[in-house]
Design a protein around this ligand. Structure first.
Ligand code: KIV
Length: 304
């Protein structure tokens, strides 16, 4: 596997090289390590942390201390990937606070920072870039503005929004952003922005024509069945697989007190619902023999 460290410049040059940028969020050491081993070039310690790890209702509750804690955990994996981190809500309201907090994230192990907004935060972005900190913009639906916007709405449908998105993208590139995340931007507007700016656009729910795509990893893996997924097709049903493994182990402990010798490993066939492939909506009841050490690769759960 290629071992050269990925930098902001690597990500930027992927656009001119015609290489799609595949990015995912990471919040801790094992996830960072696994995603890095899978060859993901850009890991974002996103403030989605608040909703998918810390149990907050939205991103506005995440603090600098929480971001630093999780950036440190991701950085300990020493990934080849570039590690970017979100400046959380309220941490970049002024140029001074933006600079102090961007530096704090870098000290914690981030190699780039991201913040939401375009022309409204231009002075902050200029100062961050001037301090030598690679910066990623974030336009479209801005999760840190969810309260004032009254929800998560698609951006770019109205002419005014469309023009604002183009102006914001131009402004961010003008002050040195090396990439821009486009969240929930209509596909035609995202395509236009991608064709217009020199730096890569990385889309989430913004159609296929961005220079790359990013997802919240627990959404991709189906870890949070209670979280509505508008724009994500989960590739795995990790929540079901975890429940299945835990129930299987629990049943073993309750019946026999725990794992026994290798010879005793085979247990009675139990009926489980299996779905193959993982995205088939119906559960198919089948009987399979389950060894305690073997967790079926497809999504499955015990009956009853
Ligand atoms: O916080 C986050 O995870 C993000 C992604 C949705 C891009 O900003």
């Amino acid at each position: 596997m290629e071992s050269t460290k990925i930098t902001a410049e690597t990500i930027r040059s992927m656009k001119s090289g015609g290489e799609k940028i595949v990015a995912l969020t990471a919040y801790d050491f094992p996830m960072a390590r696994l995603l890095d081993e899978a060859g993901i070039p850009l890991l974002l310690v996103g403030d989605s942390l608040g909703m998918v790890v810390l149990g907050y209702s939205d991103a506005t509750h995440v603090t600098m201390e929480e971001m630093e804690h999780h950036v440190r955990a991701v950085a300990r994996a020493k990934p080849r990937a570039l590690v970017a981190a979100d400046l959380p809500f309220g941490s970049y309201a002024t140029v001074e606070s933006a600079l102090i907090n961007a530096r704090r994230l870098i000290m914690a192990g981030a190699e780039a920072v991201k913040a939401e907004g375009g022309r409204a935060i231009l002075d902050q972005v200029r100062a961050i870039v001037a301090a030598g900190i690679p910066f990623i913009g974030h336009l479209g639906m801005l999760p840190q503005h969810v309260i004032e916007e009254g929800g998560y709405h698609i951006k770019g449908k109205k002419e005014l929004e469309h023009r604002a998105l183009l102006a914001d993208a131009d402004a961010l590139v003008g002050v040195g952003a090396f990439a821009i995340v486009l969240e929930l931007v209509t596909a035609p507007v995202a395509r236009q922005m991608t064709g217009r700016v020199q730096v890569p656009t990385i889309g989430i729910g913004s159609g296929p024509d961005c220079d790359g795509q990013i997802l919240v990893t627990p959404d991709l893996l189906g870890m949070l069945p209670w979280r509505p997924l508008q724009h994500v097709k989960a590739m795995l049903n990790a929540a079901e697989q975890m429940r299945f493994a835990v129930e299987l182990w629990k049943q073993g402990v309750e019946a026999r007190g725990g794992p026994r010798t290798q010879d005793e490993e085979e247990v009675k066939p139990i009926r489980v619902h299996v779905r193959v492939p993982v995205r088939t909506p119906e559960w198919l009841p089948v009987s399979i023999r389950v060894r305690r050490k073997v967790i079926p690769k497809t999504g499955c759960r015990p009956v009853g």
